[in-house]
Design a protein around this ligand. Structure first.
Ligand SMILES: [Zn+2]
Length: 200
């Protein structure tokens, strides 16, 4: 799974230019049809995405180019899930978060269970990415937030802050940057994968 820009036009342009590389071998990815359309629930309503399928010119593996706004195995966009995680970090319970975001409480509980199980590892990964990107560590390194869940959210937000500053992506929302960096796997099985660098 490779995470790419939100707009289809930008994806097509990068594929034509040979700018997208294979996550398995680093080879150049070329167009290879389309994946199945998916309806996601975004902050402003339903968003339909039809992911591009691409094939590596070197190892011939095929990959789905997942738009950054979607998360693997989740029906809500990264921004919606991220808003829920931020509210949980601020001490909100799942019932209140569900009400605020207009999502079923079982869905919100699913996000929070998954996030709390990986909070320590996620915090470590985002902090290491942040350290790699930041010019002035003292200005961006978050102080302890009180809970593992909140520490992990602060580390993700700190990483996004540093990435925006370093890469000049000042308008990209926090959870889209986070989603791009972890290739949509924020709440997917097996993530964090270890000390790998973010793939932006
Ligand atoms: Zn390859």
């Amino acid at each position: 799974m490779v995470t790419v820009e939100v707009t289809a036009a930008a994806v097509e342009q990068r594929l034509s230019a040979g700018e997208l590389s294979c996550p398995d071998c680093g080879g150049v990815l070329a167009r290879w049809g389309w994946g199945r359309s998916r309806s996601l629930r975004g902050p402003g309503g339903v968003v339909v995405v039809r992911p591009r399928r691409a094939r590596c010119r070197s190892c011939e593996a095929t990959h789905i180019l997942l738009p950054v706004l979607s998360l693997v195995r989740r029906a809500d966009t990264a921004e919606v899930v991220g808003a829920g995680l931020e509210l949980a970090a601020a001490g909100w319970g799942s019932r209140w978060i569900a009400e605020r975001l207009g999502r079923p409480v079982t869905t919100v509980r699913g996000w929070l269970r998954c996030w709390s199980r990986r909070a320590g590892r996620a915090a470590a990964v985002f902090t290491s990415w942040l350290v790699a990107l930041a010019d002035d560590l003292a200005a961006v390194l978050p102080s302890p937030a009180g809970t593992a869940v909140a520490d992990a959210v602060c580390a993700a937000a700190g990483f996004a802050f540093a990435a925006r500053a370093r890469l000049g992506m000042l308008k990209v929302p926090t959870w889209l940057l986070v989603s791009a960096a972890c290739r949509g796997c924020l709440l997917a099985p097996g993530w964090p994968w270890g000390p790998a660098r973010p793939r932006m």
